[in-house]
Design a protein around this ligand. Structure first.
Ligand code: HEC
Length: 141
């Protein structure tokens, strides 16, 4: 092969590689933006101080899976502002237990919820208050 031909082959291969990388990158960005859309529509609530503390914990430890305002994240985790978790269906003790011990995949296709053993009792109480107040503000009680 002449050196000109070698150079051209080399350049074509580089361009091909860049083209494929570009397409793959675009696809993964598209997936990331699809995963994560809220699952239910949630109106923000005026919160009590306890629930506000809960919201702060929620935003750092739970929103990654359950979405902002506990509205769920498509492909990641379920909404907690949901009839399934209304007080009559899932009482406060059950919520607290699930938060502390985690949950085996059961009602949703998102896999297991990991345990949060490092949460203080007070933080769990505030999380339960936050979930309940968000539910109530959205007609779930
Ligand atoms: C890694 C993702 C993930 C994180 C982080 C996470 N959860 Fe979950 N959670 C889930 C999934 C998935 C389910 C549903 C399991 C099922 O029923 O299929 C769930 C279920 C729940 C339930 C319903 C429990 C029940 O008894 O059915 C509550 C309440 C809950 N999560 C609260 C929280 C709180 C509060 C936090 C933060 C401290 C949190 N979760 C963090 C993924 C997560």
């Amino acid at each position: 092969m002449s050196s000109l031909l070698k150079n051209i082959t080399f350049i074509v291969l580089i361009l091909l590689f860049l083209g494929i990388s570009y397409i793959l990158l675009q696809e993964s960005e598209q997936r990331d933006s699809l995963a994560g859309a809220p699952i239910v529509e949630v109106t923000e609530a005026a919160l009590t101080p306890l629930a506000e503390d809960g919201q702060a914990v929620f935003d750092t430890k739970c929103a990654y899976c359950h979405g902002l305002n506990a509205a769920g994240r498509d492909g990641v985790g379920p909404p907690l502002v949901h009839l399934m978790y209304a007080p009559g269906a899932t009482d406060d003790a059950r919520l607290a237990l699930s938060i502390r011990k985690g949950v085996k995949a059961d009602k949703w296709p998102f896999g297991d919820m990991p345990a949060e053993p490092d949460l203080a009792e007070e933080e769990i109480r505030s999380l339960v208050a936050y979930i309940r107040e968000m539910q109530k503000a959205n007609g779930i009680q």
